[in-house]
Ligand binder design. Structure first.
Ligand SMILES: Nc1ncnc2c1ncn2[C@@H]1O[C@H](COP(=O)(O)O)[C@@H](OP(=O)(O)O)[C@H]1O
Ligand SMILES: [Mg+2]
Ligand SMILES: [Mg+2]
Ligand SMILES: [Mg+2]
Length: 344
């Protein structure tokens, strides 16, 4: 299978990062900082990015990386850098799968950690292999104890070919929300999407991978839709109007992060609405790349609010697109017609 090695590396790197983020979440010592755009970042985002960037660089040294974070805050604060380094060392020491370090390696010094963090600064673009990394998507959800996701994708000549999303807080069985948590969704374009339950504390895979697909529904009135928790990321008002036009009566499922893509891919919900709040905000490629291939491989489609495919080949942002809509292919025309009515 094409991209089999890339998928294996991405799965190992994401599961390892989930072990680190889960340890930070359960310690309640999040080390939250505020970035220049006023959004939060925690020591877990930084530790996860350093480890994953290093894994990608070690396995595929010629590939570029577009990642959300950088080492700026750690380069000016040695104590903070040491704290992230300790988290990474603890995470390595808790490895239970020997394949992990033999395949994706380990960082060996603080300076290597800082360089790895800074190696996700590619400008992106239409040509070549570019990894898109969101070390914690839904940082606000992570801080709240809600949903968050570690998301890694490989974009090859502007097409998303591999997508892996780790959701440590997503229930393994959606019908049993208080049961075991920890799901990895993994897709290669043209080869389907698989769900793998894993234990976030150890990173151990707890059952076989199973192929998943989006639910078939007779009409949009039967659908349930999901949206961001943060009203600043997606217009709850517009989303509600669209749902009303589609005859949806169930309340929206509000969830942080690309866990939304993961849950519609495995059939927990049917439609993901992300209507823009601001005219100027440009969606980031790391917020959507992995989810894009995962939903498509599950039988869904993902477009912007005008029905255009998302363009992952023009840089770090989706500047040619506005908002995001995802749904099963068969209902997509109806959903986009409702979106158009609301946006007129
Ligand atoms: N005004 C805005 N509109 C849309 N998305 C935004 C936004 N401001 C921030 N975001 C992005 O929304 C992501 C979270 O999405 P969601 O609301 O689905 O959980 C954030 O990812 P991070 O948490 O990785 O920073 C951030 O990149
Ligand atoms: Mg962020
Ligand atoms: Mg994000
Ligand atoms: Mg993030």
């Amino acid at each position: 299978m094409a991209y089999a090695v890339e998928r294996k590396v991405a799965e190992l790197a994401v599961i390892r990062a989930c072990r680190l983020t889960n340890a930070v979440a359960t310690s309640h010592k999040l080390g939250t900082l505020t970035k220049s755009d006023q959004s939060p970042v925690t020591v877990a985002d930084l530790g996860a990015q350093a480890m994953i960037n290093h894994a990608v660089r070690q396995c595929f040294p010629r590939d570029a990386i577009v990642a959300e974070e950088d080492a700026k805050a750690l380069r000016s604060d040695a104590d903070l850098a040491q704290r992230v380094w300790t988290l990474i060392q603890t995470c390595y020491s808790e490895e239970t799968n020997a394949e992990e370090s033999s395949t994706i390696g380990r960082l060996s010094s603080v300076s290597e950690m800082l360089d790895a963090l800074d190696s996700g600064d590619s400008k992106g673009g239409p040509v070549g292999r570019i990894w898109a990394l969101d070390p914690i998507d839904g940082t606000k959800g992570f801080i709240r104890g809600g949903q968050y996701a570690v998301c890694l994708a490989l974009i090859d000549n502007a097409q998303v070919k591999v997508g892996v999303i780790g959701c440590p807080n997503l229930p393994v069985d959606p019908a049993n929300p208080d049961g075991d948590k920890g799901i990895l969704l993994s897709a290669v374009a043209g080869n389907g999407v698989y769900s793998v339950p894993f234990k976030p504390e150890t990173g151990q895979v707890s059952a076989d991978r199973v192929s998943v697909s989006m639910r078939d529904i007779a009409s949009t009135a039967e659908a349930s839709f999901c949206e961001s928790v943060e009203a600043g990321h997606s217009s709850h008002d517009d989303n509600a109007k669209i749902a009303q036009i589609l005859g949806i009566t169930k309340p929206s499922v509000r969830m942080d992060s690309q866990a939304k893509y993961a849950s519609i891919a495995r059939g927990d919900g049917d439609i993901y609405l992300r209507l823009p709040v601001s005219d100027t905000y440009q969606e980031k490629i790391w917020d959507h790349a992995a989810g894009n291939v995962i939903v498509k491989e599950a039988g869904g489609d993902v477009t912007d609010i005008f029905g255009k495919q998302l363009d992952f080949g023009i840089g770090r942002t989706l500047q040619n697109n506005k908002g995001v809509i995802a749904a099963r292919k068969s209902i997509m025309p109806e959903v986009l017609a409702a979106v158009a009515k609301v946006r007129l």
